[in-house]
Design a protein around this ligand. Structure first.
Ligand SMILES: NC(=O)c1ccc[n+]([C@@H]2O[C@H](COP(=O)([O-])OP(=O)(O)OC[C@H]3O[C@@H](n4cnc5c(N)ncnc54)[C@H](O)[C@@H]3O)[C@@H](O)[C@H]2O)c1
Length: 325
């Protein structure tokens, strides 16, 4: 049998479930930032997970981390990791929306949770698989962990795309992290860019000459929401952005940073899982913020929540349907 251990034994485990283009990129980005001392790589395609483990081993000297490929028979070991990243599942093909992946990825998520259970009671689960809001809701129910410990990457990536587009519109005069602007709700076509409370150093974005026109803001928001389709057209799939995002999330947890990040969380106010600015620390989600919105933004967000309910009902995910009753 092939050996499946690489590197020294240490504590602080991150399990990456699904080592396709996203999972492998997440592992590489995490290794480059040294976010953990041990990584478990699991994929239904055991040969792929093993190949990535061997390849990533060549980069692990950067952070002296241990890498192990986990076979299906030992998948329960992933459930005992400190942080579990779920990136297993189908991605969008040309012309497909993220919601179209729901039925296929729902079954994959169920298989994954079944295989890795029981899950350590203190584990934090980060969902990346799409459609991320609905699947985060399902993962919260299937894992049985407190909802604060199971969240999705939500609109973090979309928010970064928006801030980058704003930076470009401002001719690069202000860097992304100094721009307080969020995309909320859906990591998908119904995402809402919140302009009304967006600021730089307390100055509303609408007061910048380059952004004062509604048409410009709408163009920026549209380009942000549809960037994925352009990436798919040219290279088939996106990976670097989500890899950077997941790495930052793991750092926020392990360093107890309490960073405010737009993530898929369960909101009592909306009685749904959607992306909202959330405080992320060592115990997971500690607090949710509800930024001020104008009536149009608020209506778009509420419309998204309603549409999501329709999608859940249409696809009849029993766990979510039962929750509605
Ligand atoms: N949240 C985000 O911002 C974001 C960004 C990019 C991609 N994604 C999503 O991430 C997911 C993965 O995308 P990708 O490009 O890596 O796809 P991919 O096809 O390259 O990889 C998916 C992997 O999942 C594995 N898999 C399938 N069923 C499995 C199971 N039951 N158990 C374990 N592994 C299983 C496959 O073998 C494959 O290796 C997609 O749903 C995609 O839409 C999310």
């Amino acid at each position: 049998m092939k050996p499946n251990t690489v590197g020294p034994n240490t504590a602080n485990k991150v399990a990456i479930i699904g080592t396709g283009i996203v999972g492998a990129s997440v592992a590489f980005a995490c290794l480059m930032r040294g976010v953990a001392s041990e990584y478990l790589l699991y994929d239904l395609d055991e040969s792929l997970a093993w190949g990535h483990t061997l390849d990533l081993e060549d980069s692990a000297f950067i952070s002296s981390a241990e890498l192990r490929a986990i076979q299906r028979t030992n998948a329960q070991e992933c459930g005992q990791a400190d942080i579990i990243v779920i990136a297993a599942g189908y991605r969008q093909g040309p012309g497909e929306t993220r919601d179209m992946l729901l039925t296929r990825n729902e079954n994959i998520l169920k298989d994954v949770i079944h295989c890795i259970s029981p899950i350590k009671s203190s584990a934090i689960v980060i969902m990346a698989t799409n459609p991320v809001n609905i699947l985060t809701d399902l993962a919260q129910r299937l894992t049985g962990l407190p909802r604060s410990q199971v969240f999705g990457s939500g609109t973090y990536l979309d928010t970064i795309r928006l801030r980058t587009a704003i930076k470009k519109a401002l001719q690069g005069e202000v860097e992304e992290s100094s721009i307080q602007a969020y995309v909320l709700g859906d990591h998908g076509d119904k995402q809402v860019a919140i302009w009304s409370s967006a600021t730089i150093a307390g100055t509303t974005l609408t007061s910048f000459e380059e952004l004062e026109h509604m048409i410009t803001r709408e163009k920026i928001a549209h380009a942000t929401a549809t960037k994925i389709y352009e990436i798919i057209e040219h290279k088939g799939a996106s990976s670097y952005g989500i890899a950077a995002v997941v790495t930052e999330l793991i750092l926020a947890i392990t360093m107890n940073k309490r960073t405010v990040i737009p993530l898929t969380v369960y909101s009592e106010r909306y009685d749904a899982c959607l992306s909202l600015p959330s405080v992320l620390g060592v115990r997971g989600i500690e607090r949710i913020f509800y930024p001020a919105m104008n009536p149009k933004e608020q209506a778009l967000l509420e419309d998204y929540v309603m549409c999501n309910r329709v999608i859940c009902a249409k696809y009849r995910i029993p766990e979510l349907a039962a929750a509605e009753e």
